[in-house]
Design a binder for this molecule. Structure first.
Ligand code: PXL
Length: 290
C-alpha cells in the first residue's frame, strides 16, 4: 500500500486500550512500557498520565502525583470520543486518584479491566502506601476483571486488613497463611476481582511459574524458563499485553497465556541500555533475532 492509498481510511481501526499509568522516562516501565507493548501487539493505546516519575534504570528517585481532576478529565475526554475495548491501570500515585479512577471506570462496567497493583519499583522504592493499597482494595478490586500481582504484591494485598469487623470475629484475618499463594488468590478473589494472575519470578525454583486463578481455584499454570538478570518493566509489559489480547477478542485464559509468551520473548530479547536493570524489548520482532 502506498502512503497516498486512500483505502486505509476504510480499514477498521485497531482495538483501543485505555491505560492509566505513571510515566517512566527510561522507557522501561510505566506508561512508556504500556504504549510500546500495545503498539507492538497492534492495539491503539490511549494514555492517561497518573503521575510523573524521576528515575533511571536503577531506581525511582521521586514522583509527582497528577491532580485527580486532571486524571478524570484526561480519561473522560478520550472515553467519550473513542470506543475502548479494554482498560489497564498501573501506577496510580495517590489515594485521591484511586477514588477518581474508580468513579470513571464504574461508568464502563462492560469494558474488561486489568489492574496491575504497582506497589514498588524493581529496586523496592515505594510507589504506594498502606492507605493507597486499602483504597485499591475497596474501590478498584471489585471492578477488576484480572488482577496481575507478582507474588510479593499478592501477599501484601492479601494481608491487608479489611474495613469490616472480621478482626472481631476471632481474628481470622490474622490467621491467613499468605505463604500459600493459592490462599492469597482466594482472598483477592473474595475481595471482588474476577481473576488473579500471580507471577512467580520472585519465588524459588528453576522455572518461573505464573498461575491464573478464578473463583474455583487454579485455572491455568504456566512454567517458563527462568531468565538471568533483573528487568525493569516486566510487570507493566505483562499487564498491558493481557489488556491488549483481551481487546483483540481473546478470553481471559487465552489472553493470559499469550501475554506471558509475549512477555517472555521481550525479556529474552531484553537489553541493558544503562547502568541498572535490563529493559524488555517490546519490539523484539522488529529488531530481528540476534
Ligand atoms: O514496574 C512498576 C512501575 C510502574 N509504573 C511506573 C514505574 C514502575 C517501576 O519503577 O516507575 C511509572
Amino acid at each position: 500500500m502506498s502512503l497516498s492509498d486512500s483505502s486505509s481510511f476504510s480499514t477498521p481501526p485497531p482495538p483501543i486500550v485505555l491505560v492509566f499509568a505513571g510515566t517512566d522516562p527510561t522507557g522501561g516501565a510505566g506508561l512508556q512500557a504500556d504504549i510500546l507493548t500495545l503498539a507492538s501487539l497492534g492495539c491503539h493505546p490511549l494514555s492517561v498520565v497518573t503521575a510523573v516519575t524521576v528515575q533511571d534504570t536503577i531506581g525511582v528517585d521521586d514522583y509527582l502525583p497528577m491532580d485527580p481532576e486532571w486524571i478524570v478529565d484526561q480519561a473522560r475526554s478520550v472515553l467519550e470520543d473513542m470506543p475502548v475495548a479494554a482498560i489497564k491501570i498501573g501506577m496510580i500515585g495517590s489515594v485521591e486518584a484511586v477514588a477518581a479512577i474508580a468513579e470513571v471506570v464504574s461508568d464502563y462496567p462492560d469494558i474488561p479491566l486489568v489492574l496491575d497493583p504497582v506497589l514498588s519499583s524493581g529496586r523496592g522504592d515505594p510507589l504506594a502506601n498502606e492507605e493507597l493499597m486499602a483504597a485499591l482494595i475497596d474501590l478498584l478490586l471489585p471492578q477488576t476483571t484480572v488482577l496481575t500481582p507478582n507474588s510479593i504484591e499478592a501477599r501484601r494485598l492479601a494481608e491487608e486488613p479489611e474495613d469490616d469487623d472480621e478482626e472481631d470475629e476471632g481474628g481470622e484475618a490474622d490467621a491467613r497463611d499468605t505463604s500459600d499463594l493459592a490462599v492469597c488468590a482466594r482472598h483477592l478473589i473474595d475481595m471482588g476481582c474476577e481473576f488473579v494472575l500471580i507471577t512467580g519470578a520472585h519465588e524459588q525454583g528453576a522455572q518461573v511459574v505464573n498461575t491464573l486463578y478464578n473463583t474455583r481455584g487454579v485455572m491455568d499454570a504456566q512454567a517458563w524458563e527462568r531468565l538471568p538478570g533483573s528487568y525493569h518493566g516486566s510487570g507493566c509489559t505483562l499487564a498491558s499485553a493481557l489488556a491488549g489480547f483481551l481487546a483483540l477478542g481473546q478470553d481471559v485464559a487465552e489472553a493470559a497465556r499469550e501475554a506471558q509468551a509475549y512477555t517472555w520473548q521481550t525479556l529474552k530479547h531484553g537489553y541493558r541500555p544503562g547502568m541498572g536493570q535490563f529493559i524488555p524489548d517490546r519490539m523484539y520482532w522488529v529488531h530481528g533475532d540476534e
